[in-house]
Design a protein around this ligand. Structure first.
Ligand SMILES: NC(=O)CC[C@H](N)C(=O)O
Length: 383
């Protein structure tokens, strides 16, 4: 039997490194910032997590695609990752939950992939040198075309400093009517994952998701008892308007920031964020809860972090730290029921160690006496 000849593809990094592999997914070319993810499963959740907007993901787990794609595992309506790099792509999907295979899913959503890449070497390159931009192109390449691809990666706009929220936020607010007897929580959508909404509902909230540009007055007009500042893509320093919104909302409601939401909280109160060398992307990161002393294994997806020391006036205290590199993983306001985590408590994919935080947040929401209590505290000048 003749061996199936796989179509060629190339991955070129801005530092001049070129890898040869085989094409899969949508036929074409793509460019983005390359990050590695160490999750063993969850490729569909990863591809459809809006926080990967602008990034090409490489998986350290070597065999990808074997359980297909399921409508139940979407984290948003479509993939946001710009491209996918894997060691070995499985064209066969075997899973009773699958509605589609990964190949047709990627074709349908125009996601370009490359397989047959030494993803261990690529990951070591990213660990040692930090994140890089890269281009995937399907087809045979001449030497001159290689140089042109490297140049294309170099010239591609950096994620740093950009506001990506308009590319991911919902155009209109939406309410999920099923839970309307529960206390209302407004979620500002900077690129939310569906799992965060589900976890809030499971914990006992009625959730209304509003566009990123919603003003504090519009939020308060919905009579919420809690506020969630969602995850999302890009540099938290990019969406300046969001710092303003979060600052104006501070202390008005029990508030929970997740990932980008945590970073926006830090910036809103005058702190600083910085870019990590290669980010944290995976489902197995140990985080120490400084309140309980326990270690949680967490799901993570971020490239930036909050420098808690830069927050003026000691407004927040650290509640969680990353046991691998000591970076900040969670913080709580010293006076208000306002707190945030850098990791993903909804864990999709990943372990469920941190899901208690949704229940805790809803306890705060239930205990909240209404929107006049906290503003009064602010009026007394305690900020
Ligand atoms: N998952 C997120 O919300 C990511 C936050 C931000 N875009 C970062 O990379 O750090």
């Amino acid at each position: 039997m003749a061996l199936l000849k796989k179509p060629p593809a190339v991955l070129a990094l801005e530092d001049g490194t070129v890898y040869y592999g085989y094409a899969f997914g949508y036929h074409g070319e793509t460019v983005g910032e390359i990050v590695f993810n160490t999750s063993m499963t969850g490729y569909q959740e990863i591809l459809t997590d809006p926080s990967y907007n602008g990034q090409i993901v490489t998986m350290t787990y070597p065999h990808i695609g074997n359980y297909g794609v399921s409508v139940y595992d979407m984290e948003s309506n479509k993939p946001f990752a710009r491209g996918f790099i894997v060691r070995e792509f499985s064209r066969v999907a075997s899973n009773h939950r699958a509605n589609q295979d990964l190949q047709s899913f990627m074709e349908e959503h125009k996601i370009v992939g490359i397989e047959g890449i030494d993803t261990r070497a690529l990951t070591r390159r990213l660990r040692q040198g930090g994140v890089v931009k890269g281009v995937i192109r399907h087809g045979e390449l001449s030497k001159e075309a290689e140089a042109e691809l490297v140049e294309r990666a170099r010239r591609h706009e950096d994620i740093d400093g950009r506001d990506m929220t308009p590319e991911v936020t919902t155009p209109l607010p939406y309410a999920r009517p099923t839970f309307k007897d529960n206390p209302r929580v407004v979620v500002i959508d900077f690129g939310i994952k569906h799992s965060i909404v589900y976890k809030l509902e499971q914990a006992g909230a009625e959730v209304i998701v509003v566009p990123a540009q919603t003003t504090p007055a519009q939020i308060m007009a919905l009579n919420p008892y809690g506020l969630v500042i969602s995850n999302g893509p890009g540099d938290p320093d990019g969406p300046k308007y969001a710092h303003d919104t979060v600052w104006q909302m501070l202390g008005l409601l029990p508030t929970y920031g997740i990932c980008l939401g945590h970073q926006l909280l830090g910036l809103a109160v005058g702190g600083k964020t910085y870019k990590l060398k290669h980010g944290h992307h995976g489902a197995n990161t140990p985080v120490k809860n400084l309140v309980t002393g326990e270690v949680e294994i967490t799901s993570q997806n971020h490239n930036y972090a909050v420098d808690i020391g830069s927050i003026p006036g000691g407004q927040f205290r650290a509640t969680h730290i990353n046991l691998n590199d000591g970076t900040l993983e969670g913080m709580a306001h010293t006076r208000y029921p306002v707190y945030s985590v850098q990791y993903h408590p909804e864990a999709s994919p990943g372990p469920h160690d941190a899901s208690y935080s949704f229940r805790r947040f809803i306890e705060e929401v239930n205990a909240f006496e209404g929107a006049t209590a906290l503003p009064a505290a602010r009026a007394l000048g305690d900020l």
